[in-house]
Write a protein that binds this ligand. Sequence first.
Ligand code: NDP
Ligand code: GDR
Length: 358
Amino acid sequence: MSKTALITGITGQDGAYLAEFLLAKGYTVHGVKRRSSSFNTQRIDQLYVDPHERDSRFFLHYGDLTDSTNLIRIVQDTQPDEIYNLGAQSHVMVSFETPEYTANADAIGTLRLLEAIRILKLEDKTRFYQASTSELYGQAQAVPQDEATPFHPRSPYGVAKMYAYWITVNYRESYGIHASNGILFNHESPRRGETFVTRKITRAAAAIRHGLQETLYLGNLEAQRDWGDARDFVDGMWRIVQQETPDDFVLGTGEMHSVREVVELAFNRVGMPLTWSGKGVEEIGRDAQTGEIRVQIDPRYFRPAEVDILLSNPAKAKRVLGWEATTSFQTLVEDMVDSDLKLAARAVAAGDTEFGHA
Ligand code: NDP
Ligand code: GDR
């Protein structure tokens, strides 16, 4: 009998890759998607099969992490062997603008799903994966960070995810649910949301190359992150859930780079290397050949509290799960730029002048 998985956040970057990964393993996959006034299924359209066809293994259900009756009904209808809770208001900066909603979806949403398992008496059947984050470390208490590093979140998002982390541990300890946290460091891909910094940069470099944008405005260029490839990370999620004993794992590359390095790599890749001048908010990145201004600082993108450095120690994942990141930082950024160059070329052909303005 093939296994059944339920994925919240299926329309997001990770949800789309995880759905593909599980379908390839023979799973039946159910996804929770939000009602939206415009299309939000671009990342999974290629997976859609007419549900009237007999061998369809991919199904979507309208739902929302803020609606517990809806979640209970979906869990009851789908009777999943595994739930992957990837749904979240996942943007750190946006969480400062919408803190209450972020707490509702990211923190209480996790509780609602765990309660659904309990209410439906699925504790012995359904395994649970929680999309925890390196943002839990925030103002890092040690470098690198591993499963034993204390948490100090620095945003409403991080604080909401801290509740979700602990309620997952608590339901494991209290009710014996096979519930695990993956503490994932930043992971990116050509499917990354357009307002996260890597994608914002790769789209802008491609748009500038194609004459669709003049300048890229950014916040803190010195922030450092441990950036991996999302396609590696969904494999890690699955491995966590397959463990006999539920547990919490850090997934990351063990390598750290700055936002500035992403900018430099992306502009090199499109053949427009930059030179820097000025300091702080006055800093400017110019096209090394023409002198045109390509990168400027906009303090609007500074966060009320910043996370300066995040660096993983993924040794436990390697030892226990046999998992490790395979894509280098340079390959990842270049892959994203190449994909955005194709999209930009298509936008030019279609007369779409909005491309790149994330
Ligand atoms: P995305 O922002 O790409 O996707 C988030 C998903 O959650 C989307 O499908 C979105 O739907 C859905 N969603 C948002 N709010 C709700 C809600 N109220 N009810 C139901 N679904 C909702 O995130 P990623 O794919 O990058 O990340 C997946 C998860 O992993 C998130 O929980 C994120 O916080 C966490 N994470 C991500 C990391 C990363 O580097 N990518 C690192 C560590 C953790 P819609 O498409 O309609 O907006
Ligand atoms: P992050 O990712 O906050 O780490 O959260 P993001 O790409 O948004 O920011 C990374 C760093 O870049 C700096 N930065 C900018 N960020 C954005 N978005 N836009 C800018 O213009 C800009 N300029 C500089 C930020 O200040 C920050 O330091 C991501 C999300 O996927 C979370 O859901 C996830 O939990 C964590 O990664 C791990």
